[in-house]
Design a protein around this ligand. Structure first.
Ligand SMILES: NC(=O)c1ccc[n+]([C@@H]2O[C@H](COP(=O)([O-])OP(=O)(O)OC[C@H]3O[C@@H](n4cnc5c(N)ncnc54)[C@H](O)[C@@H]3O)[C@@H](O)[C@H]2O)c1
Length: 259
């Protein structure tokens, strides 16, 4: 039995990384996926991949989750094509890492717009559809939203992701009267195109992070996609306001040798 059979799922950032893995996984579980990305051609390739595997997907776009009119067009296209929206997965966003004192205000504000404001914009645009379908929203937070880092300068990223976790809880509160559930998945360090370009780059001090993860490896995009499927599915019908950390134990187990 597929867990998202016939559900209309909006997923942002479907060109690469976690968004692409989630689009493939949601479609394999029977969801009708409406993806979108700034990288429109790559998002179309994800759509074709879903088609080749027998799934159904559309790609809005190019989608820019920081622009209200773009987000509204994406949601509108999904509702028109499939008659409504059942699931929203807010995944897209771009990070930047700079030491506090070297940051301009825009260095701070621009990633916050991309990682946090985009979640509000998407939730706001999809809300009338979600309240009609008694649907759900799954946000992508980060362990950066619940901890600081000695190695990684990330004031904007941490502020944005802490905000995503808090915003999700408020969405759970405001959705409750309408049967709308809202939950957040916070990945640890996941091997994606994005992280390979910064934290996992050869020159970065965090490239050896896998050695410090209790489960002994980096996360995969599929690890995160599976958690998102669970929260979007009927298996989680009594779960709302939850914060599910998918990090191999990295954020809660003190470092030390295995015994
Ligand atoms: N990779 C990790 O280690 C990690 C850890 C914690 C949280 N996350 C979060 O997971 C999400 C995905 O990360 P990823 O590693 O897959 O990143 P990625 O860079 O590999 O992919 C992100 C995708 O989002 C798209 N995107 C970026 N800005 C956009 C915008 N304004 N509008 C539309 N699309 C846009 C990009 O084009 C890209 O396809 C992000 O929210 C990120 O903060 C990632």
């Amino acid at each position: 039995m597929r867990r998202l059979e016939g559900k209309v799922a909006l997923i942002s950032g479907t060109a690469r990384g976690l968004g692409k893995a989630a689009a493939l996984r949601f479609a394999a579980e029977g969801a009708l996926v409406i993806g979108g990305d700034l990288l429109h051609d790559e998002a179309l390739e994800t759509q074709r991949e879903i088609g080749r595997e027998g799934g159904t997907a559309l790609t809005a776009g190019p989608l820019d989750v920081t622009r209200p009119e773009s987000v509204e067009a994406w949601v509108g296209e999904a509702a028109e094509a499939f008659g409504g929206v059942d699931i929203v997965l807010t995944n897209a966003g771009s990070v930047r890492f700079d030491p506090l004192f070297e940051q301009s205000y825009d260095d701070y504000a621009s990633p916050v717009r991309s990682e946090l404001d985009s979640v509000w914009l998407t939730a706001r645009a999809a809300w009338p559809h979600l309240t009609r379908s008694r649907g759900c929203i799954v946000t992508i937070g980060s362990t950066a939203g619940i901890s600081g880092s000695l190695t990684n300068h990330r004031t904007a990223h941490s502020a944005a992701k802490g905000g995503v976790i808090a915003l999700t809880r408020q969405l759970a509160a405001e959705g409750a009267a309408h049967g709308v559930r809202a939950n957040c998945v916070s990945p640890g360090l996941i091997d994606t195109e994005g992280s390979r370009g910064n934290l996992l780059a050869d020159s970065h001090p965090m490239r050896d992070t896998a050695q410090h993860v209790p489960l002994g490896r980096l996360g995969t995009p599929q690890d995160v996609a599976k958690a998102a499927v669970f929260l979007a599915s009927e298996d989680a019908s009594y779960v709302s306001g939850a914060h599910l950390v998918v990090d191999g134990g990295w954020s809660v187990v003190l470092p030390g040798p295995l015994t």
